[in-house]
Design a protein around this ligand. Structure first.
Ligand code: SF4
Length: 968
């Protein structure tokens, strides 16, 4: 083993195991930095840099730089971080395995051994993002939704099974087991890992901290267990798999000193919403956050994990909790072996990193105090997770937002009478077709709400006729029959969803206890509310069953619908068609309540405009109340069976009730039993046939898996960096364009380029499935780029959706093309490609925020976009653009497309680009207006690190890695 700093030391790993570790105390003794005062998160990264220091990929200088990290002025140096493992979910994981398969094909075409393409660190993929809530309020919902999932995703699952046998270091956890971050927390994470290597002539076990990156922004949930990790783009994860370090700039570390304890009636969800608001205001984007102090020590790991989970929402790279006895106890309680627990504890003790730090022990860049006793019950929304609202104020806030102008973040309604309700009949044909209604916006398709065609047109995502027959009997109960009255503020979706909260037994049991009290009082949920329960692991069902609480949740409609992301990722499934119709007809601002972490418009459901994040027990409470314009601290939420008013306080469980119930229900053996032999526990997975071999046999008939063009005409010579001349704007966007705007995950519209393409392949709209499920097919995904129905291209300010103006090739000039021709962004991009016209995107602040989504960058690149010029970028999306060879450029402070009065008629050039560019330097954006007037503004190259210059020069990270592997 390499040992550049002579820090390899023996330690007692427990149970008679002797191991080696790269000792940080030994490094400090050499006078290389005050390591014991570094934040624990920085020390864990430092260990990786030290251990992997080989004077090539990781240099001595990197170790010295990080060891000398200075709290108040971090060096802004590029750190090569070699992670111990990678986690993937299926939406982002499939394209990654597709890329690996494409690399193998390219290597084979070059006459080399395709097996040189193999993950070099363990990779775990959890299939969790594909299940949709088609069936609900039924004891058979789980089985029926799983059936639908397998029918919809068969081709993707066949491909994944090929990957499972082709790559040795790749473990796949099939559908129906759990959600990636909860599975990671409860099973995959080990706390400390080891490998056997030669040390001083002897085979020895070397221990090192469990670290990872994941292709999902909420990978940070594992920070709650003291594991360093965060979300990266699929492109970076791919490079990580292939032995490349993940590069990041030495961050500031914000220390959040916690004191006190949560009060009665306050949940971990309330705490994380409080922290999200607090840290958003502190601008922690790109920083590590480390929680410490007695308050942090008092939090159990599931609460810490809930807080870690929402780091993307507060903007931090990580939300980390140091390792202490609580971390070890959690591993033990979740069925990890005694050897593992001892090795974890002994390793961190030997590294002098064990125990929750107290005030003054560590130097942080920024110090923030948080008294847990000040946290109040709250919700967040209706559009952003950082917009926290104290529970008593929700009703008033919603009323205000209803009438507030749209430009101020409101809904722009006038003279609203919230007592006005509209009758909705939930009988008729709806139940029979329950599983089959699309969530597409019919008005967008030119179908008026009252149009009879709705009845037919809305039947999409329909199973095959045979499957339909099979499920028809069950689907009779899909939508609860009855009548309802809905209006503004009506709760139409109530979902206990998301690993954020379902990993936390305290809030799940609180939801069950609240349901029990409600049922005992004879309360019921209105049939218009689509209720669902989708935990992130089967452990949750085990304890809800053992405690008898599931039956109460069932009685309120919170039947188990699946083990997966469901509503959290927008797979909330259709609403009753008559409800959708009423929403359109009366232009209702309806609400969802969910225990997820994201709520931007159209994320949860295309028809629901107001989305409120909250704890699982509050989800149940609002389902019972049926509306969000209510003060639950004062107003009754319903009348009980005796006609008495029932208040939230009558139903809310006490902390001791929750604690007592939890203690009776959680056992390590349950975790061990449920986390083994996954395939055996899922016969549907075993039944899927799959091809074998080292090289994937691409099937031109498949519309899910297609060989991407990234390695076509691949040569060993990278190109040169050159200027961009004569570019056209493909889109001009405002602030906060999310990756979901750029590359939507949800429904594919029939009239969209992707929809038309699928139709041309003989695929009917009912079988379109979602964009997320077709990420293995570049032909669909490129057409889906910028196709979100809610994206607003300011070149067409009156229109929503993925459209632009096509002005013809730039050589014909701006003025000759009048107002341009309106067409889809994809069609315009293809027309520009015919004349080799380069394209640019102009955008406002926080471009690419939201979930990490590599297709947002891949699609941008495949549309022919050479540069994205924005006021600011979200961290992962910026790096993904570079990873795909597209150039991120940033306007100087105060400059925007609007301040420059750009309308898309201009011709753009980016000058000052050459092979000698430096990270972060300024280059020039030249703008030629339609009247031929010219203007130049400086823009900053958002290539942030030297290695990114290499990636950009090679046309992206994948060609860079492939050339490296082939040159060996
Ligand atoms: S449940 Fe939500 S936060 Fe968790 S992995 Fe799924 S989509 Fe991400």
């Amino acid at each position: 083993m390499q040992d550049e700093f002579k820090t390899l030391k023996k330690f007692d790993a427990g149970k008679g195991r002797e191991g080696f570790l790269y000792s940080l105390p030994a490094l400090e003794e050499q006078g290389i930095g005050k390591i014991s005062r570094l934040p624990v998160s920085i020390r864990i990264v430092l260990e990786s840099v030290l251990r992997n220091c080989d004077a090539k990929k990781v240099r001595r200088k990197d170790v010295e730089t990080l060891a000398n990290w200075t709290a108040k002025s971090p060096a802004n140096a590029e750190i090569p971080f070699v992670v111990a493992r990678i986690v993937l979910q299926d939406f982002t994981g499939v394209p990654l395995i597709v890329d690996l398969a494409a690399m193998r094909s390219a290597v084979a075409r070059l006459g080399r051994d395709p097996k040189i393409i193999e993950p070099l660190v363990p990779v775990d993929l959890v299939v969790d993002h594909s299940v949709q809530v088609d069936f609900f309020r039924s004891p058979h919902a789980l089985e029926l939704n799983l059936d639908m999932e397998f029918k919809r995703n068969r081709e993707r699952y066949q491909f994944l099974k090929w990957g499972q046998q082709a790559f040795k270091t790749f473990q796949l956890i099939p559908p129906g087991i759990g959600i990636v971050h909860q599975v990671n927390l409860e099973y995959l994470a080990k706390g400390v890992l080891s490998q056997t290597s030669e040390v001083r002539g002897q085979r020895s076990e070397i221990f090192f901290p469990d670290t990872l990156v994941g292709t999902d922004s909420h990978t940070t949930m594992i920070n709650g267990l003291g594991v360093v990790g965060w979300g990266v783009g699929g492109i970076e994860a791919e490079a990580g798999m292939l032995g490349q370090p993940v590069y990041f700039l030495t961050p500031e570390v914000v220390g959040v000193h916690m004191i006190g304890q949560l009060r009665e009636g306050v949940t971990a969800t309330d705490l994380v919403l409080h922290i999200t608001q607090l840290l958003r205001a502190q601008k922690v984007v790109g920083k590590f956050v480390e929680f410490y102090g007695e308050g942090a020590a008092s939090l159990p790991v599931p609460d810490r994990a809930t807080i870690g989970n929402m780091s993307p929402e507060y903007g931090a790279t990580m939300g980390f909790f140091p390792i202490d006895q609580e971390s070890v106890d959690y591993l033990r309680a979740t069925g990890r072996s005694e050897e593992q627990c001892l090795a974890f504890e002994n390793y961190f003790r030997a590294q002098r990193m064990f125990g929750m730090p107290l005030r003054g022990e560590i130097d942080y860049s920024v110090d923030i105090d948080l008294d847990l006793a000040e946290v109040q019950p709250s919700v967040a929304g209706p559009k952003r997770p950082q917009d926290r609202i104290n529970l008593p104020e929700l009703g008033r806030t919603f009323r205000e937002l209803l009438e507030k102008p749209v430009r101020d973040g409101g809904y722009g309604k006038q003279n609203v009478d919230l007592r006005e309700k509209h009758l909705v009949e939930l009988n008729g044909s709806a139940p029979r077709n329950g599983a089959m209604f699309s969530t597409d916006n019919k008005e967008d398709q030119g179908i008026s709400p009252g149009d009879e065609r709705n009845k037919v047109e809305m039947i999409t995502n329909r199973p095959t006729p045979d499957a339909a027959k099979e499920i028809e009997a069950e689907s009779r109960d899909v939508f609860t029959r009855g009548r309802s009255h809905i209006g503004h503020g009506s709760v139409l979706i109530a979902a206990i969803t998301s690993c954020t909260n379902t990993s936390n037994p305290s809030v799940m049991i609180a939801a069950g206890l609240l349901a029990k009290k409600a049922v005992e009082r004879g309360l019921r949920v209105d049939p218009a509310v689509k209720t669902s329960l989708a935990p992130g692991s089967r452990v949750v069902s085990d304890y809800l069953q053992k405690t008898g609480l599931q039956s109460y949740l069932d009685q309120l409609g919170f039947n188990l619908v699946g083990y997966g992301c469901t509503t959290c990722i927008g797979n909330s499934g259709p609403l009753h068609p008559n409800i959708e119709k009423a929403i359109h007809e009366y232009d209702l601002v309806a609400a969802s309540v969910l225990s997820g972490n994201r709520n931007f418009e159209a994320r949860v459901h295309q028809h629901i405009k107001a989305n409120f994040l909250m704890s699982p027990p509050l989800v149940v409470a609002f389902a019972l109340a049926g509306r969000v314009h209510i003060d639950l601290s004062r107003d009754p939420l319903a009348r009980d069976k005796d006609g008495e008013e029932t208040f939230l306080r009558d139903l809310w469980p006490t902390l001791s009730e929750i604690r007592d119930t939890m203690q009776s229900a959680l056992a390590p053996e349950t975790f061990r039993k449920l986390y083994r032999d996954f395939a055996d526990q899922n016969p549907k997975w075993n039944d899927i046939p799959s091809s074998t071999g080292d090289i994937y046999q691409w099937d031109e008939k498949s519309d899910y898996i297609h060989e991407p063009p990234f390695f076509q005409d691949f040569s060993m010579e990278p190109g040169r960096i050159g200027e961009i001349r004569g570019a056209r704007a493909l889109g001009i966007f405002g602030d906060s364009v999310t990756t979901d705007h750029i590359s939507p995950a949800g429904a594919i519209k029939e009239t969209s380029p992707a929809g038309k393409y699928l139709m041309s392949r003989g695929i009917q709209p009912r079988d379109f499935n979602s964009y997320g499920s077709r990420r293995g097919n570049d032909l669909v995904m490129t057409r889906g780029t910028f196709a979100n129905v809610r994206i607003k291209n300011l070149m067409l300010p009156e229109t929503e959706g993925g459209v632009t103006k096509y002005f013809g090739p730039s050589r014909t000039g701006g003025s000759k093309n009048g107002e341009g021709k309106q067409m889809s962004i994809f069609d315009a991009a293809m027309k520009y490609a015919e004349t080799s016209t380069p394209l640019v995107i102009l955008a406002g602040h926080e471009y690419g925020s939201g979930s990490s989504r590599d297709w947002a960058a891949k699609g941008t690149r495949l549309l022919g976009v050479k540069a994205v010029i924005a006021a600011s970028f979200e961290r992962i999306h910026r790096s993904n653009l570079v990873g795909m060879g597209a150039l991120p450029l940033q306007f100087a402070d105060g400059t925007t497309a609007q301040s420059l009065e750009l309308d898309g008629l201009e011709i753009f050039s980016v000058t000052g680009l050459s092979n000698d560019i430096k990270p972060g330097q300024n280059v020039t954006l030249e703008i030629e207006r339609k009247d031929r007037q010219k203007r130049s503004v400086p823009v900053k190259l958002r290539i942030d690190t030297p290695i990114e210059i290499d990636y950009y020069r090679h046309g992206g990270i994948l060609p860079f890695v492939l050339r490296q592997l082939l040159s060996k």
